[in-house]
Write a protein that binds this ligand. Sequence first.
Ligand SMILES: [Fe+2]
Length: 411
Amino acid sequence: MLLLSLLACHTIEKIGDSAAPTANVCGGEIFVARAGYDTTDPVPADPDAPVFGAAPAPYHTHLSWSDEPSTTMAMVWRTDADTLATRVEYGADTTYGATATGASWLLGVEGAAGRVHEAHLCDLTPGTTYHYRVGGAGNWSEDATFTTAPTPGQAAPFRFAVTGDSRDNQDTWGLVLDAMEAHAPDFYLFSGDAVDLGVNMTEWDAWFEAGKGHIDRRPLMFAHGNHEFQVQNYYALFSQPGNEQWFSFDYADAHFVVLNDTVATAGDRELQAAWMENDLGATAAKWRFALHHMPAYSSCTTHGSNAELQDLWSPVEEAGGVVLDFTGHNHNYERSYPLRDGAQTTAELGTTYVVAAGAGADLYGNDLSNAFTEVAEITQNFVIVDVADGTLTLTAYDLGGNVIDTFTTTR
Ligand SMILES: [Fe+2]
């Protein structure tokens, strides 16, 4: 009932069919996925119209991928409701030279939260740094840069950062971003629960404000958490592949599966298990990672393990070669032993389950009586993963910059 009331009070102009995780294909129609798989036709504003409202300055710009990471980039930003121009200029330097247009829609009831703009840059060169600015003539954002992913399958070294669960402490989220920045990750994974209540735009505004200077320069891929509540804000504010709940993407010789364990439709957890089995069976990537919100294996005293996910998803991940499964939800840091069917195995043969829920939410306790837990720390935290020359190195940090865990494996 709560979920239905939350969905009912937030409407947008432009929505799309998300019945299947088909690609939000670069150069194709931009749509906003929606819980419940609404198929209402989109009503796009004209992105070429040089129409600006009273507050047209773009803000809360952030980057992600809704298509191939080596050749595309998606960007989302906000303005006042009356600004229709949705343009990006981009290129090798600040003379730009290339332009793209996107689509926009009102956020909140009758645009109470302004307008969201989304554009996709296509046909980019892999492994290349671009300058860009968003908005429209006379109302551009400040110049920023991003770098495309290496060619898929290429054994290039890369680094990514993982955290989640900022919830109602966006100041800490800002500190975590600053700490992650010191490691210059190529991109971020966020395991859900960015805000305490997904319908509350004030919380989202604080989350994106803290991200300024970070998520407008490094792409962030997001797993829907239970505190996103399947509200339209989540779908409207992010650009990710397909239904924006379960999807995959490649980066160099790695394959990332993103799942949603807080589903709006009965059977979607089972559906995701079948989808993931096909998806992992179709990739040749050496390194495979999973990202979702609720841990299958956890020693946290508040939520603990999730028996349904252990039955539904863990066997698929373990058989599919997933080396690390990242989650949040349980507000601490945990790493399991490498597991196969719940039993300890080697890092090469099993999946290691990592909880990195350290971006601000109040901390929970640990019950260390579980045999599957190798490391657990009650502290705000984030994880840096390096892959180079056939070796993966995970390093977990607290906000004081202290190393709280390391883990290495080879493939
Ligand atoms: Fe959660």
